[in-house]
Write a protein that binds this ligand. Structure first.
Ligand code: PGA
Length: 249
């Protein structure tokens, strides 16, 4: 995976298909440079329409989640094959809201990662500590467990192809953004973990993003950090103007 600057929008449960289409139309008109890597994760029902709209552009469409199995009696779930068929490029896995509300475990996230790799879908693996864990100075223990269990049995080649998003739970949707130093410390720690587990080449290839209340104003200071290659944006990606400002920052 390339480490060229990457901006990913996670729209969560926002925007109908019509709203998504209007947004992407507008974004395509404004994005003059093809060199910017912009990835968007709309809701499942908007994916197909969005994929058609981004043809011949530098925008890629992804999913916010998927099931870890091939197919079967899993009411309400979406499989990797279904996503692949409609032209999805990437899938966000292990987002803290999935861990919290859907009680996703590291083991399940690991299954999903392997499924994504077997279908050539790029996983964006999310990890991060809660406020309580940080206050007890346990963040590194939390990262270690999430990485050890989440990335279990991946090959070095697979690990080199993923994207990692460090998203401290206390900074998501709270307006309380982590300092660039906190984000850099985490990213470096994650890179060192990857080096120890999968080798130096892998650790240098993986793009590591920061996520949590990112705004255009804070964008530059994150991008100046050596080990941060981009951002995962929730709230500020919903408004076209603010999202363009982030991309251009
Ligand atoms: P936020 O969300 O930018 O609204 O904090 C980030 C995320 O959940 O990925």
């Amino acid at each position: 995976m390339s480490r060229a600057p990457l901006v990913i929008a996670n729209w969560k449960m926002n925007k109908t298909s019509q709203e998504a289409i209007l947004f992407i139309d507008g974004l395509r008109k404004e994005l003059t440079s093809f060199s910017r890597r912009v990835w968007i994760a709309p809701s499942f029902v908007s994916i197909e329409a969005c994929v058609k709209l981004v043809e011949n552009s530098s925008i890629c469409i992804g999913a916010q989640n998927m099931h870890g199995g091939i197919e079967g009696a899993f009411t309400g779930e979406v499989s990797c094959r279904m996503l692949k068929e409609v032209g999805v490029h990437f899938v966000i896995l292990g987002h803290s809201e999935r861990r919290l509300y859907a009680k996703e475990t590291n083991r399940e996230i690991n299954e999903k990662l392997k499924m994504a790799f077997s279908h050539h879908l790029t996983p964006v693996f999310c990890l991060g500590e809660s406020l309580e864990e940080r206050e007890r100075a346990q963040e590194k223990l939390v990262w270690k467990k999430q990485l050890e269990e989440g990335l279990q049995n991946l090959t070095e080649i697979q690990a080199s192809q993923m994207i990692i998003a460090y998203e401290p739970v206390w900074a998501i949707g709270t307006g309380r953004v982590a300092t660039p130093e906190i984000a850099q410390t985490a990213a470096l720690w994650i890179r060192e973990f990857l080096e120890e587990r999968f080798g130096r080449e892998c650790s240098q290839k993986v793009a590591i993003l920061y996520g949590g209340s990112v705004k255009a104003e804070s964008m530059q200071s994150f991008m100046q950090q050596t080990d941060i290659d981009g951002v995962l944006v929730g709230g500020a990606s919903l408004d076209l103007r603010s999202f363009i400002q982030i991309i251009e920052a």
